[in-house]
Design a protein around this ligand. Structure first.
Ligand code: ADP
Ligand code: MG
Ligand code: MG
Length: 875
């Protein structure tokens, strides 16, 4: 017969899915001989059966529960409902994954009008017994009977007022008895029946309530958001009560085996004398540091530290424990793997390898890749932060902490920084022209734009703190004001940004520089030994490239050339190129750009040394390079000596209704091959010069964007190859280079076998691929995606973590088709997803050679790639 109820001495930690996390660990602690108040666990399968059978508990399960209850009575020598020696239990929910939103724990179940007297005698404290009883009725009424809490509160408060009590503690036993009468009357009115006096009835109702709570609204939403299947069910733990509030030889506490903030190998926690369970968490009294237990209860303390050590060795991980001391005797009530900061995670993992507790692979899996981001950016000093006032919340677009004076445009910010001030650039949204200001600023705040908006992408690339899409603020760039609610901030006012949470603070908060400690380096070294996926970076300039190399980048996966076009001294030439009436004129303007591009590429090649560099040809629509307002156009007209009307007409001509699907990517090179020629020449000449000057052997990888068909690629490739061969001939030199493409138009993925006939490598441009596959504009849909996530329609922002089911299917297909045509085709990813741990695991699984991400995500990617390899189990 199937078994639905397990005593604590029948289970183990490996039975998590059946017994839930809490139940499995209570069983495990019992098994290894630790002092755990005895009890039993009703399984998650019983929960599922309850739902299968129309929300009823089968008779056979009820019988099993009663059988285990009898055993519990035997073991404890107490009896349910026995006035002289009553058995009281806690009823605790516990699913396989810790789930906020599940039912609150019910303590002291088994109390009724008679047993309350027993408890009074047992604890030698009548007031406590009646207070426990009234709490029990209130809690049971609220969580089991679903009677509004406020109705209980009304009775309670009325009694306090009538008796002139200001604080709860002033209520006498008699007052409490009165309240209990009131509570019972309320229950009768609300439920049409008496408060259950029979402990067995109380128990069965509580068990059902736990099952019901599995499907309450909060729990369902939480599961949707965290991708936890509803079919798992929750277990119910029924455990005999122990009392931490039986006087000054009793107490209760929570503790970690190591410090969860910094990883120090020393028990860390808090403790309260003469208190029950929730008191520690509820903050009614201030708990003492656990170390003080050494003097309060020396023997118990020694015992506790011994148990902590046993548990840590047993689980080979840092434990988070709950315990209670009843009249000098220690009981363990819970243990689980403890949550910790990134710094603690790294230290604990390395220490545990040194202590011989775990191996290197295990150490690597113990660190949450996304978390180590904390170690790479400045953070706020905690004391200074605790005094700061939050004013708004936006998207956590680029992590780190920043503090500075507000400036509303790039040149003001630049000027202020040149004068030695610290600036925060506040914009409605940023555009490529703001780049210099963004570089100068400590951080960036925008009112509009999503996680892949210009501000977000560029800031992440620079490792600069950015809060984007902060809808609560309104920014007037004209008046130079930032308004939140009824407050107005002006240029020069201080604000602080937390790009890790998206929070905006008023005033100055001290920041602390990141410290890449020795332990961190050690973990990274271990990760590199294990991973098979290479990690490259997205970088457009030598500064970013060098930063990425420091973080361990093994090449550049995406160098965007348009960022170079925007630099101040080049943009006139770029604009002249756009305004050209003839090919000859265009070539002239391009010739002016060539030396700039060439020196850019030289700088990048040099920064990367012998590491591969993939350079993408010009991608954005041309209208991005000419100003939008008449004012600016007039200035430009003078500057480049073109009539204003002509400029205006050109602007109108270039205007597109849907620029993302318009004249951009390889379409630019198809219509103006001279652009591709100039870029190819710059790319190859830079390599030639470094070969001649420094004997560097560079193998440039030239990437053609936005290709949707083989012929399109062949057309541009021919231009590129002919240009390069001409250069080789002229210089009397020859070396290898690669021409490949981005796979970012769905058709390219669908016809990857044909495209691979021309392409020597594929790089998945998953930003555009996501945009075009989902039909969601990456610049306009931030708000919609947020709502979709809230409703559980999207589990994640598809621009942050690859939609593996849909977009991933295209990637997988393109990998297979590409390899079928060209077995050793090089495969990488260069979208924003390249730095997302889940996407990285996917990339490892489908067999890409590398991921490419912004410099500050390189360490995260190295760790995630190692974890993917460990999970894969092939090495
Ligand atoms: P949570 O999951 O919210 O931590 P728990 O089921 O762990 O809920 O219960 C909360 C607290 O209730 C525990 O930390 C413990 O102090 C107290 N508690 C639970 N069961 C018992 C028990 N059998 N005896 C004494 N206290 C208990
Ligand atoms: Mg707990
Ligand atoms: Mg693209």
């Amino acid at each position: 017969m199937e078994k639905f109820v397990y005593s604590f001495n029948e289970g183990s930690k490996d039975m998590r899915s059946l017994l839930g996390g809490k139940g499995a660990n209570l069983a495990e602690m019992t098994k290894i001989g630790l002092p755990v108040p005895f009890g039993f666990t009703v399984t998650t399968e019983a929960c599922n059966k309850y739902y299968d059978e129309n929300c009823t508990i089968a008779d056979s399960i009820v019988a099993e529960i009663y059988e285990k209850l009898a055993e519990l009575e035997n073991v404890t020598g107490k009896k349910f409902g026995d006035v002289s020696n009553p058995l009281l239990v806690s009823v605790r929910s516990g699913a396989a994954f810790s789930m906020p939103g599940m039912m609150d724990t019910i303590l002291n179940l088994g109390l009724n009008d008679n047993t309350v007297e027993g408890l009074a005698k047992l604890t030698e404290n009548e007031r406590f017994a009646y207070d426990s009883y009234r709490r029990f009725i209130q809690m049971f009424g609220d969580v089991v009977m679903e009677i509004s809490k406020s109705k209980f509160d009304a009775i309670f408060d009325a009694c306090k007022e009538k008796n002139g009590c200001k604080y709860d503690v002033e209520l006498t036993t008699e007052n409490l008895k009165e309240i209990i009468v009131g509570y019972k009357k309320l229950v009768k009115e609300e439920m049409g029946r008496d408060f259950p006096q029979e402990p067995k009835d109380q128990l069965m109702e509580a068990v059902k309530a736990v099952f019901r709570s599995w499907n309450n609204e909060r729990a369902i939403l939480y599961r949707q958001l965290n991708d936890i299947p509803g079919s798992l069910g929750t277990a119910v733990n029924v455990q005999s009560m122990v009392f931490g509030n039986m006087g000054n030889t009793s107490g209760t506490g929570v503790a970690f085996t190591r410090n969860p903030a910094n990883g120090e190998n020393k028990v860390f926690g808090e403790f309260l004398v003469n208190a029950q369970g929730e008191d520690v968490v509820a903050g009614i009294r201030t708990p003492q540091p656990i170390a003080e237990m050494a003097s309060a209860f020396p023997e118990v303390y020694t015992k506790f530290t011994e148990i902590a050590e046993i548990l840590e060795k047993h689980y080979t991980d840092m434990q988070d424990m709950e315990f209670t001391v009843e009249r000098g005797k220690l009981f363990m009530l819970q243990t689980r793997n403890g949550k910790r900061t990134a710094a603690a995670a790294v230290k604990i993992a390395v220490d545990m390898v040194e202590e011989g507790l775990i191996d290197k692979k295990t150490a690597i899996t113990r660190i949450e890749p996304a978390q180590i981001d904390q170690l790479l950016h400045p953070t706020f000093e905690s004391e200074s932060l605790s005094k700061a006032a939050k004013i708004a919340k936006g998207l956590p677009a680029s992590p780190g902490a920043a503090c500075g004076m507000i400036y509303f445009n790039a040149s003001d910010a630049e000027k202020a920084v040149a004068e030695g001030k610290k600036a925060v650039l506040v914009r409605q949204e940023t555009s490529p022209e703001d780049l210099a200001g963004m570089v100068a600023a400590e951080g960036i705040l925008t009112a509009r734009g999503g996680m892949t908006s210009h501000a977000a992408v560029v800031a992440r690339g620079m490792g600069k703190c950015c809060v984007a899409g902060c809808a609560e603020i309104s920014v007037s760039e004209e008046n130079k004001t930032l308004v939140v609610g009824d407050k107005t901030y002006k240029e020069g006012d201080y604000i602080s940004l937390d790009g890790t949470t998206g929070t905006v603070y008023e005033g100055q908060i001290k920041t602390v520089a990141p410290e890449l400690s020795g332990d961190f380096g050690t973990i990274m070294k271990w990760a590199d030994e294990i991973r098979t996926l290479k990690v490259r970076t997205n970088a457009d300039n030598p500064r970013d490239a060098k930063q990425a190399v420091l973080f361990g980048a093994e090449g550049i996966g995406l160098c965007r050339t348009e960022h170079m076009f925007f630099e101040e001294e080049r943009i006139p030439a770029v604009r002249r190129m756009i305004m050209a009436d003839s090919e000859a004129e265009r070539r002239e303007a391009l010739a002016a750009l060539l030396p700039y591009q060439k020196s850019d590429f030289k700088g990048i090649y040099e920064a990367m040394g012998d590491r591969p560099v993939t350079i993408r040809l010009l991608d954005p629509p041309l209208h991005e390079f000419i100003p939008h307002t008449d004012e600016e156009m007039k200035v430009l007209a003078k500057q480049i000596n073109v009539p204003f009307e002509k400029l205006q007409a050109k602007g109108a001509e270039l205007h597109e209704f849907n620029p993302m699907l318009g004249h951009r990517g390889c379409r630019l090179a198809v219509t103006y091959p001279e652009i591709a020629e100039m870029q190819a020449e710059a790319i190859i000449r830079a390599a030639i010069e470094l070969k001649k000057e420094k004997n560097m052997d560079i193998v440039p990888e030239i990437m053609i964007p936005l290709v949707g068909s083989k012929k399109e690629l062949a057309f541009v490739k021919k231009v590129v190859v002919e240009t390069i061969e001409k250069c080789f001939e002229k210089e009397g030199i020859k070396f290898d280079y690669l021409v490949g493409t981005m796979i970012e138009v769905p058709r390219a993925a669908l016809t990857a076998d044909e495209i691979a006939e021309e392409a020597e490598f594929f790089s998945f441009g998953t930003n555009d691929l996501t945009q075009m596959t989902l039909g969601f504009s990456r610049d306009d849909t931030g708000k919609i995606i947020k709502e979709y996530k809230r409703l559980g329609i999207f589990e994640e922002d598809p621009f942050q973590s690859l939609d593996q089911v849909g977009v991933g299917k295209l990637v997988k297909m393109a990998v297979e088709l590409g390899k079928a045509t060209r077995p050793n085709i090089k495969l990488g990813i260069c979208g924003e997803h390249g730095g997302d741990p889940k996407t990285i695991e996917f990339c490892h699984r489908v067999g890409l050679n590398y991921v490419s991400c912004s410099p500050f995500r390189v360490p995260i990617a190295r760790l995630a790639a190692a974890q993917a390899a460990i999970k894969d189990g092939k090495n």
